[in-house]
Design a protein around this ligand. Sequence first.
Ligand code: S3P
Length: 169
Amino acid sequence: MKIALIGFMGSGKTLFGKALSKFLNYPFIDLDKYIEKKYNIKIPQIFEKYGEKFFRELEKKEFLNLKRKYKNLVLSVGGGFPCYRNNMHLLKKDFFVVYLYVPFEKSYFYIKNDKNRPLVKKGKKFLKKLYEKRFPIYKQAHVTLLADIPIKELIKKFLKIIKNKRKYL
Ligand code: S3P
């Protein structure tokens, strides 16, 4: 089974992904971290040097590679990934897609001082708009989980849901 975690920056995709992968005994990959390691460059530098469009193409390319490579996987993708071109469709085709929903103010609180997220420096107003624009796309996930709860509870909630989703196993 391949599981993809989507959601706005600061929704806890990496934290949840790591915990879930341990629980399921699946590999965990954070697409951004994977790209940074593979190309030996940080995400903000990619944005600065080559621009956002280039980054979007790169994340798509690496996503497609990973999708082919793994049978079982917990994959966390950057907040913009599902919203670019037909990526949400691609995700839903091969992955059980989980939207980790966290209200904007909470997400913003977690990311506001983060220098590793190039979009954060565009300011709160910009991020709020982006959040609202992306929300209807994220909502197309197979399930939406209110993620603003302790990690153990979140795992429990998720396991209850996938018990009834045998077709994805
Ligand atoms: C982005 C989110 C980031 C990263 C990049 C762009 C976005 O990932 O991919 O900075 O467009 O929302 P996280 O959601 O893991 O912070």
